[in-house]
Design a protein around this ligand. Structure first.
Ligand SMILES: [Zn+2]
Length: 378
């Protein structure tokens, strides 16, 4: 990955390009001719863009922000859209297409702006329905059909209803379900450090505890990296691994850090942004269950759940969540995380949350009371 990094005070041709993109998105009112300075206005616009897109708000144009800024320029109809296996098309036009297909009742999976195989299938299905050649490629005649058809589903969240229906059909029994556990760091990458503790050590140990418990309930569990593994996957690589296992759920484990030693608590993240229709309904539900189970069973501060569009959450095809299990830079959180009994409690909370995703609302148990022995067996 290229080390793109532009921030307040930088100048040059790249900055004028960023300014042009922000102007086209109406985030910057750029009337001055040929400015190439990353000034306060650009900083503000980038922060607003990051906020709207569910990215981490830093005001710094890093590789991810740069890429998402580039994807934002595409409008539906600007280019042909189709499923390219090796290098899927990504952009706002793909997201507009997915949202439209979704309103028309076609199943695109997650509305994430990534043209994957399910989006291709949905386009083919649409083409068959309107008597076009079902080649899966969106060109002028398909765009025209998309504009002509009246939405079948108005209001609400058709993707969310479909996701819940699919989940119900999978049944509540855990055996046969597939869950990917992602220790967020390991090997050369120790992650955050504090109070003699490394993030990688905590999350690898926790992953093993969760894996054991899931296996005991009959769930097929995969780790994105085993202990001592030297495979270094970036977020997209981890997403790809998870997609290839055909997993139903994914949990990515992290421990946070902050310059302020007072910062503490647990937070859980799921795929979503401010724009309508982009939130993963099951992801949101799963994140809420994990967060509530952990908060009910421990004395970690509740930093709530949040929608983000981080690569791992966006490029996974199953409901994926990321948990930040306290702050390693906080003395109390670090002491908790060093305690094996505490890690067992966290592991149990996450396994119970996995079970609760599949329980019909009538059979669900109150938060904090289910234990491993209560979970649905074969
Ligand atoms: Zn981390």
């Amino acid at each position: 990955m290229t080390a793109v990094r532009y921030r307040l005070g930088d100048t040059g041709p790249a900055i004028s390009e960023i300014r042009t993109k922000l102007t086209l998105l109406r985030l910057l009112d750029d009337t001055a001719p040929g400015p190439d300075v990353f000034d306060e206005d650009v900083d503000r616009a980038i922060r607003q863009f990051q906020q709207e897109r569910g990215l981490t708000v830093t005001g710094v144009v890093d590789a991810t922000t740069y890429r998402v800024l580039d994807e934002a320029r595409w409008r539906l109809g600007d280019r042909l859209l189709s499923y390219v296996v090796a290098n899927p098309q990504v952009g706002d036009d793909v997201m507009a297409l997915q949202r439209r297909l979704c309103e028309l009742g076609f199943d695109v999976g997650q509305v994430d702006g990534v043209f994957g195989s399910r989006t291709g299938d949905a386009v083919r299905e649409l083409q068959r329905n309107v008597g076009l050649n079902p080649d899966g490629t969106c060109g002028p005649s398909t765009f025209k059909a998309l504009g002509r058809l009246a939405p079948l589903v108005t209001g609400g969240r058709p993707d969310s209803l479909r996701a819940s229906e699919l989940l119900r059909r999978q049944g509540k029994r855990l055996p046969g379900k597939v869950v990917v556990i992602d220790p967020g760091h390991g090997g050369h990458d120790v992650g955050n450090t504090g109070y003699g503790l490394e993030e990688a050590t905590v999350v690898e140990d926790l992953a093993a505890r969760i894996e054991g418990r899931l296996a005991a309930t009959g769930v097929e569990a995969y780790l994105t990296r085993g202990p001592g593994s030297d495979v270094e996957l970036d977020e997209r690589g981890r997403a790809k691994f998870a997609n290839e296992t055909g997993a139903n759920l994914m949990v990515s484990l992290h421990v946070d850090a902050h310059p302020n030693p007072e910062a503490s608590g647990v937070a859980t993240f799921y795929y979503g942004g401010d724009r309508p229709g982009t939130t993963s309904a099951i992801g949101e539900q799963f994140a809420g269950l994990i967060q509530r189970e952990i908060v009910a069973r421990t004395d970690l501060v509740d930093c709530r759940t949040h929608a983000k569009t981080w690569d791992l959450l966006r490029h996974t095809t199953m409901a994926a969540v990321r948990v930040e299990l306290g702050y390693i830079t906080n003395e109390r959180d670090a002491a908790r995380l060093s305690d094996p009994e505490f890690r067992d409690v966290i592991a149990e909370a996450i396994v119970v949350a996995v079970q609760r995703v599949y329980l019909p609302s009538g059979e669900d148990a109150p938060t904090g009371v289910l234990h491993l022995r209560d979970l649905a067996q074969a």
